[in-house]
Design a protein around this ligand. Structure first.
Ligand SMILES: [Zn+2]
Length: 69
């Protein structure tokens, strides 16, 4: 079992689209810290959330990264 390989390669600044809607109505969060625990702020209301990585991966629908090319 590869323990260190992850489904998503999160980076700080990535916008993560979640399965569950935040009470404010937003599905999108911006990562502010990535590690065993990930911190993120809601893109709509600015609420901070901390989630461990497996939980975050389970809740993630899509990761959007701003890349210019
Ligand atoms: Zn929110």
């Amino acid at each position: 079992m590869p323990g260190k390989f992850f489904l998503y390669k999160y980076e700080v600044g990535d916008v993560v689209k979640m399965k569950k809607k935040h009470p404010c109505g937003s599905f999108e969060w911006t990562l502010t810290r990535v590690g065993a625990e990930c911190k993120m702020t809601c893109n709509k209301c600015g609420r901070l959330a901390v989630m461990d990585r497996p939980t975050l991966e389970k809740s993630t629908v899509e990761v959007k990264r701003e890349e210019s090319n």
